[in-house]
Design a protein around this ligand. Structure first.
Ligand SMILES: [Zn+2]
Length: 204
């Protein structure tokens, strides 16, 4: 039974917002809303500011599309600390952080948020593809790793990049299997990702 019908409007608004988070059901959302009322003013203001800052203080890097603090340089594009001969294409903004945690990769990243789908009219944003190609022209990239989901969308995207990048003389590799088919890579721990990166294979 949901309490929504009888909750004060302010709590209802909170519950509705929490419900949008993945894995948060109605009862959990209601519990969170009541818990917040018990927090101190300072704690709730800190939370409110942290939520606001997600939109005000975070941005995407113009080059790789990874998340970074607005106004700061992108740590994933730093020519001093990163190996510019290898670039990893990921489809989720969280993935670079997971791959970093695996400590198996020190190269560059490129986030392409929309995967090409074999079933829908959903194409990778061509502007982002042009940006990727522009980076490959300027940087000494010798290998592109496709760290894509092992789903039909991921497979279709891998084939797309294989055909796009191979004629440009770039070695194209994909994360080794060992990650279950039909899963999203951002659910795996750093050890699993480490193994997948270490065992990557050249696409034939
Ligand atoms: Zn960057």
């Amino acid at each position: 039974m949901t309490l929504m019908r009888i909750l004060p409007k302010t709590l209802k608004n909170l519950v509705s917002s929490f419900r949008k988070l993945s894995s948060v059901g109605q009862k959990t959302a209601e519990r969170y809303a009541f818990e917040l009322f018990e927090w101190s003013t300072q704690e709730t203001e800190f939370l409110a500011e942290a939520v606001r800052a997600v939109k005000n203080k975070l941005t995407r890097c113009d080059a790789c599309s990874c998340i970074k603090e607005a106004g700061a340089s992108c740590p994933f594009c730093d020519p001093v600390t990163r190996n510019e001969e290898i670039l990893c294409i990921v489809s989720h903004i969280k993935d670079p952080f997971l791959i970093e945690e695996s400590r198996a990769f020190k190269g560059l990243y490129h986030v392409l948020p929309n995967l090409f789908s074999p079933f829908e009219e959903k194409d990778i944003a061509s502007e982002n593809i042009q940006r990727l190609l522009g980076r490959l022209e300027k940087l000494p990239v010798k290998e592109v790793i496709l760290a894509l989901d092992t789903t039909l969308e991921g497979d279709a995207t891998a084939l797309y990049f294989q055909n796009l990048l191979r004629p440009r003389g770039v070695k194209v590799t994909r994360l080794a299997y060992g990650i279950p088919i039909g899963s999203n890579i951002h659910y795996f721990d750093s050890q699993t990702l480490h193994q997948a990166l270490s065992g990557r294979q050249v696409l034939t």
